[in-house]
Design a protein around this ligand. Sequence first.
Ligand code: SF4
Length: 145
Amino acid sequence: MIILVSACLLGDKVRYDGTDKQNDFVVSLKENHTLIPVCPENLGGLKSPRLPSEIVNDKVLRKDGLDLSDNFISGAMKAYEIADKSKIDFAVLKSKSPSCGYQEIYDGSFSGKLKDGNGIFTEILLKNNIRVFTENDIDEINEIE
Ligand code: SF4
């Protein structure tokens, strides 16, 4: 299968703090599948390291209040183009992120609290009927394999 994956889960140091979130299960998917890594924030022109951002109402704000919505949206659109061209079967995205989060994301208070919702990129995938999982959905992903 062809699986779109958040690049940070494969070890790319693209997170806001300059680190990765390499995940052994996600890396192991390479053995039997073609993985397409993307980082929507990187594609939107955001470099690492940088201050964290969260979704606040309908905008994506950096912790110092700067509105980065345009970067997040343009990056998500570019990442979706890659997903579309690659004819992916499904996506495995990093949980809780304002771009890649699925079903729960940070709540906009920059305090580590979560709320129900999807990241900007995840929302575009779901609207285009692409199935999304997080790195924690090991059982569900194994059922598809
Ligand atoms: Fe990882 Fe997605 Fe954040 Fe990029 S935008 S660092 S791929 S969670």
